[in-house]
Ligand binder design. Structure first.
Ligand code: NAG
Ligand code: NAG
Ligand code: NAG
Ligand code: NAG
Ligand code: NAG
Ligand code: NAG
Ligand code: NAG
Ligand code: NAG
Ligand code: NAG
Ligand code: NAG
Ligand code: NAG
Ligand code: NAG
Length: 475
């Protein structure tokens, strides 16, 4: 009897262990997956099988607190299960924005939005992943999200301005969107407050790599944003003054220690620059203030207000490393350029549609008449300084033709092992073309003292530091 009970007990234990460990295979269709989530209730974990692809006919909805969708064993590589959207006219694969979905987790899976090469963006519908809403403490980590049919690879919405504390970390994002007019998509679109976006790798988003919609008191740090096969409009955007109120509320939001890589040469050109087979640049590395983006004045005199931007590092080809306009109460410090850089692009047709023409490409552009109370400092050894000029609608610039020798070497191509000059950078061994639009080398990391530029009030700006030989035009 005792033996029988024991046997029964251990076989039950074994089967329950097996049942809880067994992943749900891709023979389960979308409504079957949805039923498991629904019936599982609060705390349910939908564990998908490694290496399998699940074709979704419509979005999967989280339905209760603390639910998780993940791959069994939590792999971080290409064996992560893939949710692939195949539904007609559907964009979003996973949705956790309804009230009551705090603590939702999306971990160690891949989301393939399945936008085909010849397909235009789906203008109705959401991003591949829609989290946030009226919830707190959600987590998205070790997820790869790419080829969204809609406007974002990963959208964290504000809800009714009560979304708090989403953690978005260690994700692989991109490609997202196409780089032709209004077919763009964001990498990460952050509109949830008090959130943490860190350690993500974002490649080939085409709108903003990370778009910060105010998201008050959020931290965006140690992300790497780069372009390989398509042009990105903005690396990190702080240009959307809505939806958080008062308009432009970025208070306490910190963008720090991110690495932003514009395009690099993909084959040999001349001594210092080469062509890029995708004609890929980042138009604005970090964009601050609505006017930098929107040339139509749609936000009037509203300003992006109250954020900190520090310790970010730029390398590669941009039109502008940073563009700052219509901003207030920002601290912008210790942002630096490393390796080789170039600031390139020609005036596109939409540069001339507004009343003002933007300044030509340059490393750091500031429009003094539209800013208020900026605390602006650069590393003391900064290769570049802010230049004054019109910073309106800077996405209008067009990258050079792909066969032009306009892209610097670096990021894997013709990048020398740094053993010979680890402390001085590569600039001394480089022949730069005789133009202020490009420079090589430079390593802002060693600095301890800073040049200081303080700007208090719209017309009482005092910019002390000189321009390092830059040729610029005041328009
Ligand atoms: C299950 O995933 C495998 C591996 O990706 C794939 O070959 C197969 O077609 C998928 N089956 C279904 C029913 O989607
Ligand atoms: C998820 O919710 C949406 C909106 O309510 C609904 O249209 C869709 O059918 C749901 N998904 C599934 C798999 O039931
Ligand atoms: C696609 O869905 C959107 C709403 O999500 C709808 O407005 C549109 O009409 C749909 N298009 C087609 C072709 O069914
Ligand atoms: C934020 O969310 C994370 C992840 O759920 C959690 O560990 C942390 O305690 C939350 N922080 C606060 C202040 O609630
Ligand atoms: C920065 O992010 C990378 C992943 O891109 C990670 O490997 C590294 O540990 C992070 N650094 C810190 C200090 O967290
Ligand atoms: C910005 O939004 C936060 C969160 O809603 C709020 O606490 C804060 O008061 C707002 N800032 C200003 C200046 O109103
Ligand atoms: C572009 O150049 C990169 C780097 O050399 C290479 O990996 C890639 O295959 C090239 N792409 C095309 C379409 O030639
Ligand atoms: C600020 O932006 C809002 C929303 O676009 C607009 O309604 C308002 O008129 C703007 N305010 C100013 C002072 O320009
Ligand atoms: C400046 O930024 C660089 C790059 O993020 C960092 O290594 C360095 O510690 C920062 N310097 C200071 C003084 O914070
Ligand atoms: C300029 O804007 C118009 C719409 O206003 C658009 O159709 C066109 O593609 C844009 N051109 C470029 C090069 O972005
Ligand atoms: C910068 O470009 C030069 C050629 O001009 C090249 O020798 C060097 O390796 C490049 N630096 C990096 C960090 O790739
Ligand atoms: C930039 O403009 C401000 C305000 O008009 C002025 O004080 C400052 O001297 C200018 N800086 C340069 C480098 O011209």
């Amino acid at each position: 009897m005792r033996l029988n009970l024991l046997t029964l007990f251990s076989s039950m234990t074994l089967s329950s262990i097996l049942a809880s460990a067994a992943c749900t295979s891709n023979t389960t269709d979308t409504s079957g997956l949805q039923k498991l989530i629904h019936d599982g209730g609060a705390g349910y974990k939908l564990q998908l099988c490694a290496g399998q692809t699940y074709e979704l006919s419509e979005q999967l909805n989280y339905t209760a607190m603390n639910q998780e969708i993940s791959t069994e064993g939590y792999p971080t590589d290409g064996t992560r299960a893939t949710l692939k959207m195949v539904g007609f006219n559907k964009t979003t694969a996973v949705m956790a924005q309804d009230p009551g979905l705090s603590g939702a987790k999306l971990m160690n899976i891949q989301i393939n939005g399945n936008r085909l090469d010849n397909e235009d963006i789906y203008t109705a519908g959401g991003g591949n992943i829609e989290f946030g809403g009226q919830n707190q403490n959600q987590i998205i980590e070790y997820v790869k999200s790419y080829d969204p049919r809609g406007w974002s690879c990963l959208h964290l919405s504000e809800g009714t301005f009560n979304c708090l504390n989403i953690t978005v970390q260690n994700n692989d994002i991109g490609p997202c969107g196409r780089d032709y007019f209004q077919n763009w998509a964001d990498g990460i679109s952050l509109s949830c407050a008090d959130s943490l976006v860190q350690n993500n790798n974002i490649v080939d988003a085409t709108d903003g790599g990370i778009v910060v919609f105010g998201a008050p008191s959020s931290t965006i740090k140690n992300n790497t944003i780069s372009v390989k096969t398509r042009t990105m409009l903005g690396g990190i955007n702080m240009v959307d003054v809505l939806p958080w109120l008062p308009e432009g509320n970025f208070s306490g939001t910190t963008v720090e220690g991110n690495t932003i890589h514009g395009g690099f040469a993909t084959s040999m050109g001349d001594n210092s620059m080469g062509p890029n087979n995708a004609s890929a640049i980042i138009k604005i590395g970090i964009a601050v203030g609505p006017n930098v983006w929107f040339s139509d004045g749609r936000y009037g005199t509203n300003k992006s207000t109250g954020a900190i931007i520090k310790d970010n590092v730029f390398s590669g080809a941009f039109a502008f490393g940073m563009g700052v306009s219509s901003a207030k109460d920002f601290t912008i410090s210790n942002n630096s350029f490393t390796g080789n850089t170039s600031f390139i692009g020609t005036y596109g047709p939409n540069c001339t549609s507004s009343s003002k023409t933007p300044h030509e490409p340059t490393a750091l552009l500031l429009e003094p008449s539209s800013i208020e109370n900026l605390d602006l400092t650069l590393p003391s050894d900064s290769k570049f300084n802010f230049v004054n000029g019109t910073a309106l609608g800077l996405t209008c610039f067009m990258p050079p033709a792909k066969d032009q020798n306009s892209w610097p070497y670096g990021d894997g191509f013709n990048s020398q092992p740094s053993s010979s000059s680890t402390t001085s950078g590569t600039g001394s061994s480089t022949t730069s073309p005789a133009t202020t639009q490009s420079a090589s080398g430079g390593d802002g990391k060693k600095s301890s003292a800073f040049k200081s530029i303080s700007i208090n009030g719209i017309f009482s700006s005092t910019i002390i530091a000189g321009i390092l030989g830059a040729v610029f035009i005041i328009l």
